[in-house]
Design a binder for this molecule. Structure first.
Ligand code: ADP
Length: 491
């Protein structure tokens, strides 16, 4: 075996290589069945020959799918750590470069490196960035390039024999729905493991893992406190639970206390629920105008979510968070991760849903227009600001998706990957139709927001005062609000 050290400095800067990850299955808590499934693979990796004599082979590829922060990377590292084999990691997005030929050659590099240290593990995080359906949505471009990369992965995986010099490829994604089916075929990623959000017991177990190096008054008190946090953290990921404990540790140190107590944990939980980046904690330097704009935006989004609900994604809470340095705000939806990284709800994800009907798509486009429309209504078209521009982008993308890829519109029944697939006269037709959908969506959205203007105002007031509001209260306000009748808007 060559020493791994040489690798990092060579051409392959995008690969991170670890001789040994040092991670074990003990570091992953909750969802014990996942560990049991993966332990089997570890056993085969370790005793390759023994299993081969019995006709049992290690799968070539394992796909871990589930929301971000649920421990997929951790699991991949644990497999490497348990099997005692080197770990080569890259991110799917690293392959998708603007330069022609880079994707395929990077894939080759990655596999060549791993092969020369076999048995070894390749981990490709966000594999959907390179492995999405050929002919699938091509947001951001680089389609042809990505296809080359994907083909190269398939070639590499088909190329190696299951043998003692096994390279196990582990992919991770939160978008199983957009992966190219070719990747999932036998002999490729034919083992698919779902890594979901932890249950209450799972959360407790995860908290215990991350409390290992923290000080509590006693073991008993630790268990009681962590149970309490586990109860309060439905929908939290492992990464978020870990953050809570870290934050609680910092608060404890800051207060010069010896042990983490209930107060610190609850404070850390509150921060985790609606914070983004670490920074100043002082909100006084945030301009009043920005606060007002943010509050209106969240209120509008909340009212739209009541009026045109997404059947798959009910709101649970809306929080306006402006107590950190970055002027972000969150719309509380079930996907807590996406709240933190993005100021707006990510409606685009709805596009991957199998059971969405045309009307669901239309409603999603209308909802996506909310931030833009409320800004225009409240501040005037010449006085809008950046906080609504992401929403305009989301809405347009959704409209384009509906037109090009669902066959549900007047555009036609065919499927088009993106605009570049279109001959010029179809491109003109697309633009016209997209404008029409956007006009409808903006008008419809404006009409709903006018009709429920008093609800928007009430929610805005509450957000400005308290910073957050629960779904229950939102629904209550929405249902009781006096409506201002509006003329019908139709597509
Ligand atoms: P993913 O790859 O799914 O986005 P990660 O593996 O990067 O998630 O998780 C980030 C961190 O969160 C991990 O390093 C670990 O500390 C913590 N974590 C997530 N899930 C768990 C879990 N089930 N048990 C223990 N820690 C976890």
């Amino acid at each position: 075996r060559r020493a791994l050290g040489s690798l990092g400095k060579s051409r392959a800067k995008f690969i991170s290589a670890e001789e040994t990850t040092g991670v074990t299955f003990d570091d992953f808590a909750g969802q014990e069945y996942i560990k049991r499934e993966l332990q089997e693979i570890v056993r085969i990796l370790k005793n390759d020959e023994e299993f081969q004599n019995k006709g049992i082979y290690c799968p070539k590829g394992v796909l871990l799918h589930g929301p971000p922060g649920t421990g997929k990377t951790l699991l991949a590292k644990a497999i490497a750590g348990e099997a005692g084999v080197p770990f080569f990691a890259a991110n799917g997005t690293d392959f998708v470069e603007m330069f022609v030929g880079v994707a395929a050659s990077r894939v080759k590099d990655l596999f060549a490196s791993a092969r020369s240290f076999a048995p070894s593990i390749i981990f490709i995080d966000e594999i959907d960035a390179i492995g999405s359906k050929r002919g699938g949505p091509d947001i951001g471009g680089g389609g042809a390039e990505r296809e080359q990369g994907l083909l190269q992965i398939l070639t590499e995986m088909d190329g190696f024999k299951v043998s003692t010099s096994q390279v196990l490829v582990i992919g991770a994604t939160n978008r199983l729905d957009i992966l190219d089916p070719a990747l999932l075929r036998k002999g490729r990623f034919d083992k698919i493991v779902r890594v979901g959000l932890p249950s209450k017991d799972g959360r407790f177990a995860i908290l215990k893992v991350h409390a290992r190096n923290k000080y509590f008054h006693s073991e008993e008190e630790k268990d009681v406190l962590l149970q309490e946090i586990a109860e309060l953290t439905e929908d939290f990921t492992g990464a978020e639970l870990q953050n809570i404990l870290n934050e609680a540790g910092i608060l404890t140190a800051r207060k010069d206390l010896d042990y983490i107590g209930q107060e610190e944990l609850l404070e850390a939980l509150k921060r985790q629920k609606g914070t983004f980046e670490t920074g100043q904690e002082d909100s006084t330097d945030i301009p009043e105008e920005l606060k007002l704009r943010l509050a209106y935006r969240e209120a509008a989004v909340a009212v739209l979510a009541c009026h045109l609900p997404d059947p798959y994604r009910p709101i649970i809470e809306v929080a306006m968070v402006v107590h950190r340095q970055c002027h972000f705000v969150s719309c509380g939806i079930t996907d807590i991760k996406s709240i933190r990284s993005q100021p707006n709800m990510r409606y685009a994800e709805i596009s991957g849903r199998v059971f969405s009907r045309k009307n669901d798509y239309l409603n999603a486009i209308v909802r996506a227009c909310g931030p833009r429309v409320i800004e225009e209504q409240m501040f005037g078209i010449d006085n809008m600001c950046w906080i609504s521009s992401k929403a305009t982008l989301d809405a347009s993308r959704l409209a384009e998706f509906l037109i090009l890829q669902t066959g549900m519109t007047a555009f036609g029944k065919a499927y088009y990957r993106n605009q570049s697939d279109l001959v010029p006269n179809l491109a003109t037709k697309l633009e016209a139709l997209r404008d029409e959908y956007m006009r409808f969506a903006v008008e419809k959205c404006a009409s709903v927001l006018r009709e429920y203007h008093s609800a928007v105002e009430t929610i805005t007031d509450i957000l400005l005062e308290k910073g957050e509001i629960k779904a229950e209260e939102i629904w209550d306000i929405y249902k009781k609000a006096p409506q201002i009748p509006q003329p019908a808007v139709s597509p």
